[in-house]
Design a protein. Structure first.
Length: 214
């Protein structure tokens, strides 16, 4: 996991995140209030001053990275090895998400308020496609993948990850299509929830039935 944190692509993404944050301080006038939360309508409903709002995506990303680092430092080596395919994708994907949010915040500060919801949906859609592709490659482990109490049989674990991966890819593709053809943020918010929740619910039901049949 720590190799994923220190990988070239993740370090480049972090450099971009820092650069965008510093650029925001140079481009957005002091005293500007920036949105930090969006409601289901797609409209911002909470605002903070520039000097507080701008560093938040980077700070939250750093906190998440530190959690990953601690897990990689103290988790059993077998668990890390079994989930290494996932972390190589998950870590840079999450860094990309925080970078996307930061770019969106800066664009809002520069007078482009309508792009944030679309940008986040695109970032999450791409993440779903990437995660869906690597899930079938993971070995049974306690750190990554769809983990449920009844997934004790390695065969059922693999079947669950394959189905979940397929549904996540489908959800990501559908979400990208919604970004392209649905202009209203409320519809995009509904599509985002569906692309996340349907694969999880469907895979959970499938794995439960398969595990108890065996």
């Amino acid at each position: 996991m720590n190799r994923a944190i220190l990988s070239r692509i993740n370090l480049v993404l972090w450099a971009a995140l820092v650069a965008v944050t510093l650029g925001g301080y140079l481009l957005i006038p002091p005293g500007t209030w920036l949105p930090v939360h969006w409601g289901t309508s797609g409209e911002p409903d909470a605002f903070w001053p520039r000097d507080i709002a701008l560093p938040m995506p980077a700070l939250i990303g750093l906190a998440v990275t530190m959690v990953f680092f601690a897990v990689g430092r103290f988790a059993p080596a077998k668990q890390i090895e079994a989930s290494r395919h996932a972390w190589r994708t998950v870590v840079p994907a999450l860094t990309s998400l925080f970078l996307t949010i930061q770019v969106g915040v800066v664009l809002v500060g520069l007078g482009y308020p309508d792009l944030m919801v679309r940008m986040i949906c695109v970032a999450i859609a791409v993440m779903l496609v990437l995660l869906g592709n690597i899930m079938p490659k993971m070995q049974p482990n306690g750190l990554a993948g769809i983990r449920l109490p009844w997934l004790r049989d390695p065969a059922v674990w693999q079947e669950t990850q394959r189905l979940g991966g397929l549904l996540f890819v489908a959800g990501g593709v559908v979400l990208l299509a919604c970004v392209a053809f649905l202009g209203e943020p409320p519809y995009l918010f509904a599509a985002l929830l569906a692309s996340l929740l349907f694969p999880l619910v469907a895979t959970t039901v499938y794995s439960y039935r398969r595990a108890h049949r065996r």
